[in-house]
Write a protein that binds this ligand. Structure first.
Ligand code: CA
Length: 260
């Protein structure tokens, strides 16, 4: 069985920041969604997050076109298979995006210090890949249960994993913004990936930390109302984060899985 996506995204500056350094991209044709949360002074975070979203989109769409051409050749030969592993495609796209951010810094020294987190979703056949670097997150709502799919690359999350902090202590900790991995950081970047078999009716949520520092998982689940539709749910999530203070830019992308 194969599936398609229906997706919707919303990014909001929040109530405390002067500009929005988050960025998102949706490509329904290639079944791709990405959220990036930039950092760096003088609005350079905006530059980094845009480079990341654009670069990941370019790599995935180019690879998809090459793959289609290759599969057509194989099928014409009578020995093709469409069941190619694709988790490496999204991870490779993120590594290339990392190089693009580093390249932009090399070309313009004033951009030194910029970087971005990223989380992406890519569907092929009945398998989704979720990949991320940093503290932007992916969740799945599956049979009315909300499940966190990513582990933040943050100092506080390392303390949670080691048993020194609870998840709730980490969420409000003064050092919660200390990120241990980002695109544009150290010369090599390690991308975490996870493959999931999708089902019709599943909903995937990608978000920046402006959502998850304002809302806990229970709050997020409460704001997700599948009957209300994707656009309305995006607005509800952003409004809920702003109603708790909106201390950061907040970005959400919702991806619904449908039969194709
Ligand atoms: Ca943020």
């Amino acid at each position: 069985m194969s599936f398609r996506i229906r997706a919707c995204g919303l990014s909001d500056v929040g109530l405390a920041r002067s500009h929005n350094e988050d960025c998102f991209g949706i490509d329904a044709e290639n079944r791709l969604a990405v959220v990036a949360d930039g950092m760096g002074g003088h609005s350079h975070g905006e530059v980094a997050s845009r480079i990341a979203v654009q670069s990941i989109h370019d790599t995935v769409s180019k690879t998809a076109h090459q793959e289609t051409a290759r599969q057509e050749d194989l099928l014409a030969d009578g020995n093709g298979s469409k069941d190619e592993a694709h988790s490496r495609v999204l991870a490779e796209a993120m590594r290339r995006a990392h190089q693009q951010v580093l390249g932009a810094i090399r070309e313009d020294g004033s951009l030194y210090g910029m970087g971005t987190t990223v989380v992406g979703f890519l569907l092929q056949g009945d398998k989704a890949v979720v990949a991320h670097v940093g503290d932007s997150r992916a969740y799945r709502v599956h049979r009315d249960r909300l499940e966190l799919l990513t582990q933040d690359h943050t100092w506080v999350n390392e303390q949670v994993v080691a048993g020194f902090l609870s998840a709730e202590q980490a969420r409000v900790h003064p050092l919660k913004n200390v990120i241990t991995r980002a695109l544009g950081g150290e010369s090599d970047v390690i991308v975490d990936t996870r493959e999931i078999v999708v089902e019709e009716g599943d909903l995937y949520l990608l978000c920046s930390d402006g959502l998850t520092t304002m809302l806990n998982d229970g709050d997020i689940h409460s704001a997700v109302d599948l009957d209300a539709g994707l656009e309305s749910t995006c607005r509800s999530l952003v409004q809920a984060a702003n109603s708790r203070g909106g201390l950061d830019n907040v970005t959400v992308v919702l991806v619904a899985i449908e039969k194709s």
